[in-house]
Design a protein around this ligand. Structure first.
Ligand code: GRF
Length: 196
């Protein structure tokens, strides 16, 4: 299974996926990493692993349709089977989505449809979970469409919220689970679908 991973910042989920591919626990390969952020850790992590990278931003591609075309091209050129959005902060365009129907997944660090949508990212998600007094949060992996955090949730797992949690402790617990959950989900997909 040839994975194209899109990431904007730290890339700890990307790293977990790369590590799982390298140690054989995931039967897949990250064949390209795409980022809107040339100086992101995600790009640095890919470079370290000698994985091809592609920087696609509005600097080089001034319209959303040019970004869409460049993204689709980069994925196609590298023969990507499944597209993984792992901390990618931009919306994908219609050409890219049409090229990979049912094959673009995003993870969200809460149980969608709660605590998702435009502007709900990073610490804001965990802050909202704590403010709502939830005792359980989790990770959702959903199909990507043309709205933020909106496509069908295909996989989810729960993470406990403790009464003494801060945004930081909760975020750390959810992110740790998110990394292992990606590997579980991708392994399941790799074993059920024929990507040859
Ligand atoms: C993850 O929690 C993801 O769900 C959210 O952004 C975070 C990215 O983390 N969309 P990292 O860049 O993989 O470390």
């Amino acid at each position: 299974m040839r994975l194209g991973v899109l990431a904007s910042h730290g890339g700890t989920n990307l790293q977990a996926i790369i590590d799982a591919c390298n140690d054989g626990s995931l039967d897949a390969e990250v064949v390209v990493v795409i980022s809107n952020n040339a100086t992101s850790m995600a790009i640095k992590r890919a470079n370290k692993e000698k994985i091809p990278t592609c920087h696609i931003s509005s600097v080089e591609y001034p319209t959303s349709s040019l970004i869409d075309m460049a993204t689709r091209e980069a994925l196609k050129v590298h023969g990507v089977d499944l597209v993984v959005l792992a901390g990618f902060m931009k919306m994908l365009g219609p050409l890219t989505l049409a090229e990979y129907p049912g094959k673009v997944l995003n993870s969200h660090p809460a149980l969608l449809p709660k605590f998702g949508g435009r502007g709900m990212y990073g610490t804001r998600v965990h802050e909202a979970v704590l403010n709502a007094g939830e005792s359980i949060t989790g990770v959702s992996i959903h199909l990507v469409d043309n709205e933020y955090d909106h496509g069908e949730v295909k996989y989810s797992c729960e993470v406990p919220v403790y009464t003494d949690d801060t945004v930081d402790t909760l975020e750390e617990r959810v992110k740790e689970r998110e990394r292992s959950f990606w590997i579980e989900v991708l392994s399941k997909i790799a074993s059920h679908e024929n990507f040859q």
